[in-house]
Design a protein around this ligand. Structure first.
Ligand code: XMP
Length: 524
């Protein structure tokens, strides 16, 4: 079984790994990524869902306590089993995690007397293994209202700031370290080095995590365990399902069938790119279902955004089920689930943060014996690096996020074939202009929206009454919040000029300057 393989791959004694114990901090996933970037495997568990015995038997080389929004002295604040600090396994507490370490070990935590610290702060570091190679004064990122006001016995202060006398502490004998600042964010100048000191000098980890090798071992394993089984995968053309498809194709070849439901709501040329890549370049057993008319029929007259999403989600499953039925019994259904999906949907060991909003869900009418999720332990950047190693084209590997319901949530009001074509053209022009521009930083997501507003224009000597396109571009780290991108006027000018000249039916272009919150990235 694949889940079993994944479990024993990570349990191999040769594979050093770090436990990131989550206390509800917003940077929890970032911490795990920072560890993996240093080639050490890290996994996240919620503080309440793992016992000291389980920690011991899993063989972790070190533990990182994350930050969190609570005050350790509040009644319902998340605490961990105090035994964890006495197991001889090195622990690094970050922010709330450091306060929890102090509190649990007998020290005191109190509201910061000199007021809370937020943002870039000068850190003065003492001599410590944690700060090896870090200058005595450097910049760190602070965000706290409580602080450690009395050290636990056996600890010493190893760093301070103007407002925070104990910005870091350690008990070297027990290998316990606590930092009030956030080494995982890029604003902390030597954050990477501090994490690396913890991983290699304190925990003694080896650098044995490499997503590419992991992918090769997965392929080998699926090849052995699934060679005579039929696997079905719903391919969307997004990076996750694409990488999962190639990985499984390399393992089981024609025994993998990919069903690509083309709902007609993809960006210009995207359906053909998917077909070309998978069927022609890689020789994947691909069924492309042209369901455009069917989706348009179901969406006729529908204007309410949630209703559109629901119809598309349901119809998608129905089409997929019909195709699967034609294939007969399949042994396994494969999905492109990645680690953040596992964590965020609460299927892993962390608390539910948000339910994953994607087209799909499990089809009810298909019978299969198991679900395969080859990417369930990987972060997006790791999936991308595997995609590149497996030879997927850059357009697919670096594809910007695209919602499952596709252009339907970028056309306000009723959806028609004509509107889809207009939007596809306008969107392609905007993307070309952004990709061709010499920008310091490319926005994280950029696209066009066909608004329902029509307005009067003039072309030649004639009056026009065309649609208004809104251009949207955002900068974001996690898509939970986003800033509208400050695009240069000349890029906007070129895009606007080309769209109004080249796309019939569009007579006005506006730029969306709303951030999230209060707006969302998508219009619907
Ligand atoms: P919002 O509009 O919620 O979008 O601010 C945040 C990010 O999520 C993408 N998005 C979706 N992705 N299925 C997806 O897979 C969806 O239904 C969906 N809706 C929004 C959106 O493009 C942005 O990147």
């Amino acid at each position: 079984m694949t889940a079993a393989f994944q479990a024993d791959f990570f349990e191999r004694k040769t594979m050093d790994k770090i436990l990131v114990l989550d206390f509800g901090g917003q940077y929890c996933q970032l911490i795990a990524r920072r560890v993996r970037e240093q080639h050490v495997f890290a996994e996240i568990k919620s503080y309440g869902r793992i016992t000291p015995e389980e920690i011991r038997s899993a063989g972790y080389r070190g533990i990182i306590f994350t930050g969190g929004p609570d005050s350790v002295y509040d009644d319902d604040a998340p605490h961990c089993d105090p035994k964890i600090l006495g197991m001889g396994i090195p622990v690094l507490g970050i922010c709330y995690g450091a306060q929890l370490m102090a509190h649990t070990a007998g020290g005191k935590v109190a509201p910061a007397e000199n007021g809370s610290e937020y943002g870039r702060t000068v850190l003065t570091a003492e001599s410590s293994v944690l700060f090896r190679g870090v200058p005595r004064e450097s910049v760190c990122w602070m965000s706290h209202t409580d602080m450690i006001s009395a050290l636990p016995g056996g600890f010493r202060i190893i760093a301070s700031t103007d407002k925070c006398p104990c910005a870091a502490m350690s008990c070297d004998e027990k290998k316990l370290y606590g930092v009030q600042f956030h080494p995982e964010v890029t604003h902390t100048a030597f954050g990477g080095l501090i994490i690396s000191n913890f991983l290699f000098s304190v925990c003694g980890c080896g650098k044995d995590w490499d997503p590419g090798n992991y992918a090769e071992q997965l392929i080998e394993r699926y090849r052995c365990e699934h060679k005579d089984k039929r696997i079905l995968l719903a391919l969307s053309g997004g990076v996750d399902s694409s990488v999962a498809a190639i990985l499984l194709h390399k393992a089981v070849g024609r025994n993998l069938t990919c069903v690509f439901v083309d709902h007609g709501l993809l960006r210009k040329g995207e359906g053909d790119l998917v077909e070309d890549t998978f069927r022609r370049t890689f020789g994947v057993n691909l069924i492309r279902v042209d369901a455009k008319e069917r989706f348009l029929g179901r969406l006729r007259g529908v204007t309410e955004p949630e209703a559109k999403r629901k119809i598309i989600g349901e119809e998608f499953i129905r089409v997929f089920e019909e195709e699967a039925e034609k294939l007969g019994h399949v042994n396994a259904l494969a999905q492109g689930t990645i680690y953040p999906d596992v964590i965020e949907s609460g299927r892993g060991d962390s608390a539910v943060i948000k339910s994953h909003h994607n087209v799909g869900g499990l089809p009810a009418a298909i019978s299969f014996d198991e679900i395969i999720e080859p990417l369930r332990d990987l972060f997006k950047d790791e999936v991308r690096s595997i995609g590149e190693r497996l030879g997927l084209p850059r357009e697919l590997v670096w594809r910007q996020p695209f919602p499952g319901p596709g252009l339907a949530v970028r056309i306000t009001g009723e959806i028609t074939g004509e509107k889809i074509s207009m939007l596809q053209e306008a969107d392609a022009i905007f993307r070309q202009e952004i990709e061709g521009a010499d920008l310091q930083r490319r926005p994280d997501q950029y696209f066009a929206v066909l608004t329902g507003t029509r307005s009067v224009g003039v072309m030649g000597d004639a009056r026009t009454y065309g649609y208004t396109v809104a251009l949207r571009a955002v900068d974001t780290d996690d898509f939970m919040t986003a800033e509208w991108s400050r695009l240069p006027f000349d890029v906007l000018e070129r895009a606007s000029g080309r769209i109004t000249n080249e796309v019939r039916g569009i007579s006005r272009v506006v730029y969306d300057i709303s951030s999230k919150p209060p707006a969302t990235v998508e219009w619907e």
